[in-house]
Design a protein around this ligand. Structure first.
Ligand SMILES: Nc1ncnc2c1ncn2[C@@H]1O[C@H](COP(=O)(O)OP(=O)(O)OP(=O)(O)O)[C@@H](O)[C@H]1O
Ligand SMILES: [Mg+2]
Length: 233
């Protein structure tokens, strides 16, 4: 992906397996959100392809990629702020029912998702009134209502406290155990190390390392790029 001649992503090959949480980490400006935008179709990459279950979805518009099973959350939240937590989630179920052959009861499904995400106490509050960390969970709930094959999460733990993040990690493990592929962009390294089975590291738009959490933690290139200042300190 290039922007006016400047490469934001170069030779990036990233895979996320069904039933696993794959981490995508890297310093600010590395290209993580840009990659999500390419995968979901908000950006059309200069070259390359996006495959879902082996099918090339590169030419599909974003809504068709969503119907094919790609769901995401946004680093800068994209919620309906004057709707309640429950209604933000339910909207996705209503829209899904318009095109999907498998109808769901949006009310019942929303109740299930609200509970799963630990949002019951906030369900009737407007999204504008709730803490950012919880609003991130609402975005995840909306994504889950589409019953995705792959869920792209852009810094979902940001704004969640330690205990909330702990619960959230358990939830991610539960979701992937049900077969969903999760691609997790997150600056909370301890969460990433705990839940991911495989991690890919971006730096200046290139993959500089990939492997199991233990390998990534001791990888010299990663320490220099991603943990540079901490490492020197
Ligand atoms: N629409 C755009 N036009 C021009 N440049 C862009 C655009 N979107 C992203 N960039 C540039 O691409 C690079 C990667 O940005 P991106 O937001 O993908 O990084 P990131 O890894 O998500 O960073 P962060 O951890 O801060 O969220 C940055 O240099 C950014 O300025
Ligand atoms: Mg980003």
């Amino acid at each position: 992906m290039t922007f006016g001649g400047a490469a934001a992503l170069s030779d990036v090959g990233v895979t996320a397996e069904a039933g696993a949480i794959t981490g995508l980490i890297g310093p600010n400006g590395a290209g993580k959100t840009t990659l999500f935008n390419c995968i979901t179709g908000l950006l059309q990459p200069t070259s390359g392809e996006i495959l879902l279950d082996g099918r090339d979805i590169s030419s599909l518009p974003p809504y068709k990629r969503s119907r094919a099973g790609v769901a995401r959350t946004f680093q800068r939240l994209e919620l309906f702020t004057s709707l309640t937590v429950r209604d933000n989630i339910r909207v996705a179920g209503e829209i899904r029912n318009r095109w999907s052959k498998t109808r769901v009861d949006p009310r019942a499904e929303t109740d299930h998702v609200v509970q799963l995400l630990g949002l019951s106490a906030l369900a009737d509050r407007d999204v504008s009134e709730i803490p950012t960390g919880m609003a991130r969970r609402v975005e995840m709930g909306r994504a889950l209502m589409t019953r995705p094959k792959i869920l792209l999460l852009d810094e979902p733990a940001s704004g969640q406290d330690e205990q909330e993040t702990e619960e959230f990690g358990e939830l991610l493990l539960h979701l992937c155990a049900e077969g969903t592929a999760i691609l997790l962009v997150e600056h909370d390294v301890s969460l990433v190390m705990k839940v991911c089975s495989f991690i890919q590291v971006l730096d200046f738009g290139r993959i500089i390392a990939s492997g199991a959490p233990g390998d990534i933690q001791s990888n010299q290139a990663v320490l220099e790029a991603y943990l540079g200042e901490d490492h020197r300190a």
